[in-house]
Design a protein around this ligand. Structure first.
Ligand code: SAH
Length: 412
């Protein structure tokens, strides 16, 4: 018996490529796991509707319009084209919006429909591979880079590396970068509910007679797996156990790819209250430094919410801490092939110098486990008051549907 013939796929004009891809994903086409995700309008919408994010970028660009007057600009990962649009409005003479995903087609359509055809040129491809139409090969002819290459905990997605590649390929010496630099902040936290919630997820493996199977030999692996997932979501700043943070600063004007791929954050906190410490909370700020001043994009727990939320790295073995004691340790970040990072979390209380030697992290009572940033788990128990969008465009932050881990990928 023969099957009926399969009808050929409809032939489409370039513009009609905006309809969903059948069968084959962009990922399958070009090997970047985020390409399919960012190719969807709904995910671009989610970022556009993060009013804190979009408004801060607009302010940073408009506030420094003197920098943009007559400038040649590259928008690294233009997405919908929004930052190219702001740059052109601020006076740029030419903007190249580079975009690897098929959302480039939407950006072109949007920019053309908004009278930007002459000023904004959308270039489809990867920043690492494309040539700039108006820029001779190997010549640095760009005055300003704009980009939103920020993932949760700043570095997830490893897109900052593409930003640095663009800098080294095209930015004139002394050219401006928006954003210019960034700081990751960390602090110890307590959250018994969150800890118990994660721990109880492994209880399934306590069965000794599951359809006849004794599952218990996998219990410890299940626990390890749950505690290796970073928790992305808001938390109440009252959870923090120290008033001071341990920070890591990146200057995008000077930092190397290597510095982004392997780095450490030395932890050193004085405990403010006697509690159980369940892990290390992380968030970041970004600075935009232009000729006219500085604008800050802040994502901390005491700030209005953004689609980056905050990120918490749990200890599998919590630390009991007394007021006045020192928590020391290290977070070691190693970039991985999943466009993210393996993080070696190592902390101790009571003694030790925080040096985190091989195989052990020194003296005192210590805790150590791995966290894999690409395996993030979204947690919405605490809903931080989300930002008010004065322009009434709506605000996607806190909307579980749009920011859960669809397709196995993450935005943010
Ligand atoms: N600039 C837009 C989109 C930011 S999201 C905005 O601010 O709203 C980041 C975008 O960069 C995504 O659309 C993603 O597909 C694109 N991107 C990521 N890595 C890239 C690379 N190496 N080359 C080109 N585009 C890239």
């Amino acid at each position: 018996m023969s099957l009926p013939p399969v009808p050929p796929p409809p032939q489409s004009e370039a513009e009609d490529d905006l309809v969903p891809l059948g069968g084959k994903t962009q990922e399958e086409e070009d090997g970047n796991i985020f390409s399919h995700y960012y190719g969807q309008l709904s995910h671009q919408q989610n970022m556009l509707q993060d009013a804190i994010r979009t408004t801060t970028y607009q302010q940073a660009i408009f506030q420094n319009s003197t920098d943009f007057q007559g400038a040649k600009v590259v928008d690294v990962g233009t997405g919908s084209g929004i930052l190219s649009f702001f740059s052109a409005q601020a006076g740029a003479s030419k903007v190249y919006g580079i975009e690897m995903s098929r959302i480039a087609l939407a950006a072109k359509k949007l920019m053309d429909a908004n009278g930007m055809k002459d000023k904004i040129e959308i270039v489809k491809g990867k920043v690492e591979e494309v040539e700039l139409p108006g820029c001779p090969k190997d010549e640095k002819c760009i005055d300003i880079l704009v980009s939103e290459p920020l993932g949760f905990l700043l570095v997830h997605e490893r897109m900052l590396e593409s930003y640095i590649v663009a800098r080294d390929r095209w930015l004139k010496p002394g050219g401006k970068m928006f954003p210019t630099c960034s700081t990751i902040f960390t602090a110890p936290f307590t959250d018994k509910m969150l800890y118990e919630e994660q721990r109880s997820k492994a209880d399934f493996w306590d069965y000794n007679d599951f359809y006849g199977l004794d599952l218990r030999c996998l219990k410890s692996a299940a626990l390890e797996e749950h505690f290796s997932m970073p928790v992305v979501g808001y938390f109440n700043p009252d959870c923090l156990l120290s008033n001071t943070t341990s920070d890591k600063f990146f200057d995008f004007r000077t930092c190397s790819l290597k510095e982004l791929q392997t780095f450490e954050i030395d932890l050193n906190f004085v405990v403010e209250k006697t509690e159980v410490c369940h892990g290390i909370a992380c968030w970041f700020d970004c600075d935009f430094i232009g000729g006219m001043g500085k604008t800050v994009l802040a994502t901390g727990p005491d700030k209005p919410g953004t689609h980056w939320y905050q990120c918490r790295l749990l200890f599998q073995k919590p630390l009991a801490v007394n007021e006045g004691q020192l928590i020391t340790g290290k977070l070691k970040f190693q970039a991985n092939l999943k466009f993210s990072y393996d993080v070696d979390v190592c902390c101790r209380v009571g003694c030790g110098d925080g040096s985190g030697g091989e195989g052990s992290c020194g003296g005192g009572v210590e805790t150590r486990n791995m966290v894999y940033l690409q395996d993030q788990h979204y947690h919405y128990l605490t809903n931080q008051s989300s930002a008010v969008d004065a322009q009434g465009y709506g605000h996607a932050v806190g909307n579980d549907v749009q920011v859960t881990k669809e397709n196995g990928y993450n935005i943010g």
